[in-house]
Write a protein that binds this ligand. Sequence first.
Ligand SMILES: [Zn+2]
Ligand SMILES: [Zn+2]
Length: 289
Amino acid sequence: MRLGFHLPVAKGLVAAAEQAARLGTECLQVFAGNPRSWTQRPLEPGVAAAFARACREHDLTPVTVHAPYLINLASPDPEMWRRSVAGLADQLVRAAALGAKAVVVHPGSRGRMPLDWGLERMAAGVGRALELAAGPVQVWLENTAGGGGHLGGTLSQLALLLERLPESATGACLDTAHALAAGYRLAGRGDFRHFLDRVDQILGLGRVGLWHLNDTLHPRGSRRDEHTHLGKGRLGVDFFRELLADARLTGAAGVMETPKDSPWADRRNLALLRRLERQICNLPQRLTP
Ligand SMILES: [Zn+2]
Ligand SMILES: [Zn+2]
């Protein structure tokens, strides 16, 4: 698996690409602006080009942009929906300047509106944003912890959204912590293999552009989204071993969105996955639980 991190851009986008290379990672996710604001500072073309060049030089692929959290493409409020569509289109334009492959976005909340209405609304929003941006960058819909009016808590909801959208411009991003929070059985022996079977049946593995590799502090079905270091949460080390050992994910990309609570945090999380990979390679045959 190609491994990487969501890295902060506080010291600049190019610094994030350099950091990804220093860590020895192979893919990268960033924010292309302020993730908690509607006002986005313009992206300087020189900086964007330097970032794209650095990612190419360090062979970071895929590079993804995570959309700001305020964007809600399923919003029943017309003004909020319009802003969200414009916001996603802006992210797609930024991502294109950065040489990124896709913008990862949460499907959003339909409030108290019916599910079908929410699915139509969200898909229409993504379709409109893709039209406005008219570029090469794809939109990858991320699974969520679900709950309330939030869309994307199940694989079938992601599939219903994706079937309403052009296949060449869209895909899915699967977050392991969100899947557990949404109620999927993952932490037991053999669970991940079954989960991946369902992913393949419901979405098709070819539609999954990216994995978010996160552990979580809260139990299965909690609907709570709080990432923690790999192996230190409810998923545990064995879960990540099963994931890395599954031959269907050999060429896939996995980005960690783990806490940066110490200067060594990223190195430790990466070292765990590399150690598991080495253990798997040393087994007489690939581990299939
Ligand atoms: Zn996310
Ligand atoms: Zn995620």
